[in-house]
Design a protein around this ligand. Structure first.
Ligand code: GUN
Length: 291
């Protein structure tokens, strides 16, 4: 059994990006530029956004951090989005989710110029992904495919079972892995809350992707020997063992499932670290397509 080191491959990916940025800036060109908008004071979001800004510094990107108060109206936020859309020195930007309840997330996502949508949430980018056109793939599916690539995990002809059908993880990853591409060509089953006899299906998985957000849902009796397990779960639970007072739990009961797995991602340190690297990779892609 091999534990997949998401932190290590994310560092490698970031180093590759940093090298490219160095090559670009050494010719006198400007560095890629990412902006992040955060509205309100959600503690989790602030940690994520700070990590995104730190990652920009690591790879040599210019970054802009826009903090808006909880009371920001939808109209005001739409105006900020338009300003960023029109900024020719900005390659990509994201609006951190969740947004306060009085703002429609979908409306904001659709207002973002899809050529700057480095989150890959805009319907144009989701449409492109669906029919295999180049565009921005959202962070978690991108991170999962990158893990599969870098660990040389074979997908062609394999049975991939995806638990969860969310727009940002389950659905796009199921599409990517079934496509006629080097790291696709899998037979994919998407399971969800209405799937009967779930265990019978998960037991057939060569690769199991757990993205349902129920801590430790996947147990050893649900998988076969040699399975590759990708755990996307990141539920925060209270803990008196950590300084922050909480810890992350995956969707997989790691101790028992790892005994049967050939490869498994831990939580934390698996898929999570890959997502920020994906955002940087998309920003570099946006920069290169413009310059
Ligand atoms: N909130 C949690 N994950 C994400 C993400 O990948 N992008 C944005 N914009 N918000 C998030």
């Amino acid at each position: 059994m091999q534990i997949i080191d998401g932190k290590l491959i994310s560092t490698k990916l970031k180093e590759e990006i940093a090298n490219e940025v160095l090559q670009i800036t050494s010719t006198g060109k400007r560095a890629p530029h990412l902006a992040v908008i955060i509205v309100g004071e959600d503690g989790g979001s602030q940690v994520y956004v700070n990590n995104k800004i730190k990652a920009c510094e690591f790879v040599g990107f210019k970054s802009t951090h826009i903090e808006l108060p909880e009371s920001t109206t939808e109209e005001e936020l739409l105006k900020r989005v338009q300003e960023l859309n029109n900024d020719s020195e900005l390659d990509g930007f994201i609006v951190q989710l969740p947004l306060p309840k009085h703002i429609s997330e979908q409306k904001i996502i659709e207002a973002i110029d899809h050529s700057k949508d480095v989150d890959g949430f805009h319907p144009v980018n989701i449409g492109k992904l669906t029919i295999g056109l180049p565009g921005f793939v959202s962070a978690t599916p991108f991170g999962i495919v990158e893990i599969i690539k870098r660990y040389n995990i074979q997908t062609a002809g394999k049975h991939v079972v995806v638990l969860g059908r969310s727009n940002i993880v389950g659905r796009p990853v199921s599409i990517l892995l079934s496509q006629k591409t080097e790291h696709g060509n899998a037979t994919v089953t998407v399971c969800h809350s209405r799937t009967p006899n779930l265990k019978e299906i998960t037991q057939q998985a060569d690769i199991l992707i757990a993205a349902i957000g129920i801590p430790e849902y996947v147990t050893a009796d649900m998988v076969k020997d040699g399975v590759v397990v990708i755990d996307v779960g990141t539920t925060r639970i209270k803990s008196d063992q950590t300084k922050s007072g909480w810890k992350l739990k995956g969707d997989v009961k790691f101790d028992e499932v790892s005994e049967k797995a050939s490869f498994i991602t831990p939580v934390p340190g698996g898929v999570g670290p890959m997502t920020i690297a994906s955002l940087l990779a998309n920003t570099l892609k946006a920069y290169k397509s413009k310059n």
